[in-house]
Ligand binder design. Sequence first.
Ligand code: PLP
Length: 393
Amino acid sequence: MKIKVNDNFSNIPESYLFSDINKRVNEYKSKNPNSDIVRLGIGDVTLPLPKIVVDAMVNASLEMLNKDTFRGYPPEYGYDFLKTAVKDYYKRNNTEIDLDSVFISDGAKSDLGNMVDILGDNEIYIPNPVYPVYLDSNLMSGRKINFIEGNEKNHFLPMPDSLDYNPKVIYLCSPNNPTGATYNYEELTKWVNYAYETGSLIIYDAAYEAFIKGDYPRSIYQIPNSKYVAIEVSSLSKMAGFTGIRCGYTIIPLELKANDKSINKLWKRRQATKFNGVSYPVQRASEAALSVEGIKECKKNLDIYYENAKLLCELFDRKNIWYTGGKNSPYIWLKCPNNMKSFEFFQYLLEKANIVGTPGVGFGKYGEGYFRLTAFASKENTLKAISRLEKLL
Ligand code: PLP
């Protein structure tokens, strides 16, 4: 063929992280077939869906059997019943949003990846280490990236202090993947004020907001003036166990304008052209998950993950190992002992304790020397890992 492909793809380093991890684990297993490997590297939920959610999905599917209740294409931006459920969920968390600002999606990843469609050639600022989709989607569209460094000194919560005053697009993720670090009200207010003063846009990833327990903002819209500067992207994946079911939402306030152009209108146009909505049974299941009763049920699962995170944190407290996260997040981000590099520590844990985690450098160069463990394994496996780590570290 003689057609041209998108050359920007050549600028994206291949993501070898998880294939590299699997390769190392498989190699180890083939040499040590009787090893009992515990996986604390997964970023996926493991507990089944609450019954109220499955009942709603089943009932909605049964409606499709009947010609009077059958439904075809859903609205591109989501059914009003689900948009209202999202609005009510925010309201119960003391946050007011407009119904027309809510866009239902098949998950946060698509919206975060697709957002580049409606933005022009801006300076892009991305925290590092962080969830890789912000970086890769901007590289695919040929954008130049600036990193904002997360480190131990700023507790992996980079702030705008050292940034210039040019308008920019800034990605923030709180609670953060992979560090679990969470911005407090004062810190997030600084970011919103910075964006307001500089005419910048914040793309705020709140995929882990449901894990917040303490006095931290669950939504950027809890900060004054944020509706003039921020898009919020969120998901039912971790909150309700929807990683396989697929549903999320993005909030684009009507107040959000770039040189008088409504961002909400641009996204509407983009979605109407390239997206055909989320299936009806999934939207009914999401409505059930976001209801008062549904949230109660989902929280029961989150409590199990919290308990695992707490036990891991207690271990690192006892061992005097520096870490962040684990309190408002299913992720614990620790400093590799004895100045080991991320992959060195990975191999050490695999061989000496048969534990698999995620090397921090996989989330960006400032993640080198750190390591991510997750609370998504079963309690039994988490306890097994803790007793092995107790002896090893
Ligand atoms: N944002 C962050 C920070 C994540 O860690 C993830 C998934 O791991 C996502 C977004 C994607 O979520 P979804 O399953 O809704 O696409």
